[in-house]
Design a protein around this ligand. Structure first.
Ligand code: F6P
Length: 548
């Protein structure tokens, strides 16, 4: 569908006009039941969106938009293994990776994918047991103390973020490190702390051709071989990939390779063997709980009506803010140190998925898509960029995530953390008028003239929309559900915007040009035909005359 030409889109535009000048304060004052009507529970969670600039009429229209876009039909197509990634002619079946045994088949290309999924999970379970039980030993017979995952993008961000998120569940005797950047500093600094004899590398790459990962893998291999010899590679390298031929060519024993499939997108692959370093970090039982949480969210997304559907609500609210109120970004603000990497992870999930120029028919989009996602853990962000959110006169929808219970419990921290989180949402919603500021300053003993002079600086417009997602606690189950929530939110948005969220041609273009420039930078090819800037940068970087 072309969303921007549907009747409901036109009506949403009209509603946005009527709401544009209504302050959130007014909306709360006018409706004492606003919190209960604009918040939704799920399994002990609460999604409070009463501080969004919506009313009952808006929500009704957004619900109509959900139906007009045929979300239920698209969910059915995803579950049926249809090639909904139509530019790569692939299914998007990450839901199969957390589908429990005994709950029926998931079809793809005429067969059930579930036996292969569960066989691979079983292989992961055995491997984790071997490493944790010290049965898997390095070439010198010593047990493994450190695991280094080498991968990038979807082969890094998911397990890296989740390993940090689940620090409270980490295995006491195994350290897990992540190396992604092509910059040698990433690998070199990591290796400097490690011993080859007790280090295991997981080379994670869906394609097993990604330049960054292949370079880091080659350097790690050289480091190991220099210390322990060629024969040691088999005991110190395992791989995760869909390309088992390339894995074998790299020299990794196929018995030590974990497979996944082309119907798993890179940024949706945490649930596959790409999660192996996470399973090693927190134990396979916890990895299974993560899968169970994700599956519970799948079931919720598939069946809940729009107004109770958490991923659906997040999608609809973002579409409202982006397409009708004109927001071009969203701040993700987890009040959880353990979720500190969530914004980075979601940047790939959301922006690589929905940052697209054309609709499913290849026509230029008629509406904005994929606002810029940014953010970091509160309370740190409060002492950095929140000033701009409060007084910078930009529309910045904020998404707060907090947990009722702390994952690391030190007396005195958690109540203060929650107080700060809720206070930010309140302050952004309410703001403070000049009159209120002036009165407050005078009440505090300031002279009226000085209070009036300072009031413009110390007043806040408010009306900044926010959502608060309150989880019971951060554990593997709830983390799995949280990540699946965002996967489905992205999918629901893509359906309404009518775009394919499962390809990433922009990233491929950058890779293609980097391969073309490499021989020129190495002095093996001519710069003829390059634009003046790129040729100039290469010449400057190669010239001895410019060295300081
Ligand atoms: O960033 C682009 C991308 O293709 C991602 O989608 C993927 O997660 C990443 O590169 C890594 O690719 P691979 O797992 O094939 O090394």
């Amino acid at each position: 569908m072309r969303p921007a030409v549907t009747p409901v889109w036109t009506r949403l535009r009209a509603t946005a006009e009527t709401l544009r000048d209504r302050h959130l304060r007014e909306l709360f004052a006018a409706d004492g039941g606003r919190f209960s009507s604009l918040s939704t529970p799920w399994q002990g969670w609460l999604l409070d969106y009463s501080k969004q600039r919506v009313d009952a009429a808006t929500m009704g229209l957004l619900e109509e938009l959900w139906q007009a876009a045929d979300l239920p039909g698209w969910i059915a197509r995803m579950r049926a293994g249809d090639a909904i990634n139509h530019t790569e002619n692939r299914a998007a079946l990450h839901i199969a990776l957390r589908h429990p045994a005994g709950k029926g088949p998931i079809p793809y290309a005429g067969h059930d994918v579930m036996p292969a999924v569960h066989a691979e999970l079983e292989k992961m379970r055995r491997f984790c047991a071997d490493v944790h039980g010290r049965h898997w030993r390095g070439a010198t017979g010593e047990p493994i103390t450190d695991v280094v995952n080498i991968g990038i993008g979807g082969s890094d961000l998911g397990p890296r973020m989740a390993t940090q998120a689940l620090m409270a569940f980490r295995h006491p005797e195994l350290r897990v490190h992540y190396v992604a950047n092509l910059d040698a500093a990433d690998l070199a600094v990591t290796l400097a702390t490690l011993q080859p004899r007790t280090t295991l590398f997981v080379i994670a790459s869906k394609t097993f051709t990604t330049q960054e990962t292949m370079q880091n893998a080659a350097s790690a291999r050289a480091w190991l071989v220099q210390a322990l010899g060629e024969a040691a590679v088999a005991r110190h390298f395992v791989a995760v990939s869909t390309n088992l031929g390339e894995v074998a060519r790299f020299g990794i024993d196929p018995a030590n390779a974990f497979a996944f499939w082309d119907w798993v997108g890179g940024r949706y692959s945490l649930w596959s063997a790409i999660g192996l370093p996470l399973a090693l970090a927190v134990g396979f039982d916890n990895f299974e709980k993560l899968l169970a949480g994700a599956h519970a969210m799948d079931e919720h997304f598939f069946s809940a009506p729009a107004r109770q559907n958490l991923p659906g609500l997040l999608a609809l609210l973002e579409i409202w803010n982006t397409n009708f109120l004109g927001a071009d970004n969203r701040a993700l603000l987890p009040y959880s140190q353990s979720l500190g990497l969530l914004p980075r992870y979601l940047q790939q999930l959301e922006m690589e998925s929905n940052g697209k120029p054309v609709d499913r028919q290849g026509q230029a989009l008629e509406c904005a898509v994929a606002p810029i996602l940014w953010g970091e853990a509160g309370t740190n962000g409060q002492h950095a960029f929140y000033q701009l959110i409060h007084q910078g006169h930009r529309l910045i929808p904020c998404e707060f995530i907090a947990c009722r219970e702390a994952d690391f419990d030190l007396p005195g921290h958690q109540a203060k953390l929650l107080a700060n989180c809720f206070a930010q949402g309140e302050a952004l919603m309410r703001g403070k008028t000049r009159d209120e500021t002036t009165a407050e300053l005078i009440a505090a003993g300031m002279a009226a003239e000085e209070a009036a002079r300072l009031a413009p600086f110390r007043s806040f417009p408010g009306n900044q929309p926010s959502t608060t997602l309150l989880l019971p606690r951060l554990d593997p189950y709830n983390l799995g559900a949280l990540l699946a929530l965002y996967e489905h939110k992205v999918f629901a948005e893509s359906v309404i915007w009518d775009i394919n969220p499962f390809d990433q041609w922009g990233v491929e273009y950058g890779k293609q040009l980097a391969s073309r420039l490499l021989p020129i930078i190495e002095g093996k090819a001519s710069a003829t035909g390059l634009d003046g800037s790129t040729a100039g940068l290469i010449a400057w970087s190669r010239s001895d005359a410019n060295r300081p």
